[in-house]
Design a protein. Sequence first.
Length: 257
Amino acid sequence: MTVQAVTRRRARTVPDVPPFKPSLVRTVFRDVTSMHVSRAAAQAAASVTRTVLTEIIDGARGAAAEETRKKLLPRDLLTAIGRNVELEVGDKWYAHSPTFRRLDGGLYDAQGALEPPSRRSRSRRPSAVAGAHRFEAGVRKLLRSRGVTAVPVMVRDLDGIASVFLTGLARDAAMVVREGGVKRFGAVALVTPDGPAPDPAPFPKDSLGAWSTRSGDGRTIGREDVLAAATMQLFGGALRKQALAEAREATRHTPAG
């Protein structure tokens, strides 16, 4: 069997891997909103997060494979994000990670050593950073499903990215409910510095405009609210389309309530 065939076979099995339990998803949502979270919404949020983490792991796996390794290192994560800007999610984690602080304006002392981040007073409000450890079991399960392992610091980075991303998803979904739809619009075009400006792209069917208004009560976060939030967290391209498609498939037989 060729490497491409193995990759395709593994890709088809990813939606069958549920690394993040609905109970964990609901816990994250409860940290940021008192709204009720429907079963379909929790499953959609878990699916979107799984898709994002899978793409990040696959990008890092590709970088490690170039050095004939199956254990992922932090530099593989940086390489994956550098090659695919769509993977740059959960950015609020970067300031707390030694992997990213060097690229995120970290401060250095006179000897050139990276200075530790300034200490802040402990907040009573739960944060995505403080709760990142809750994602470790799911991240390790997802790594195994992709045929790789990772050093502890890499696992911690994946935990943090997953936690920050899902927390942002919860906040945006709650905002969609409060505002009665998506109120923010925008588009991102990727161009090379010396390349010609691209023609305006057609308005995609899964863009923010599809969720400019919503139906339903103002106390429950539903599946469509989570999908609308995903379009805001993922600024466009193949990753967003894949995340939305897999979330819809994952919740196809799930009751709305």
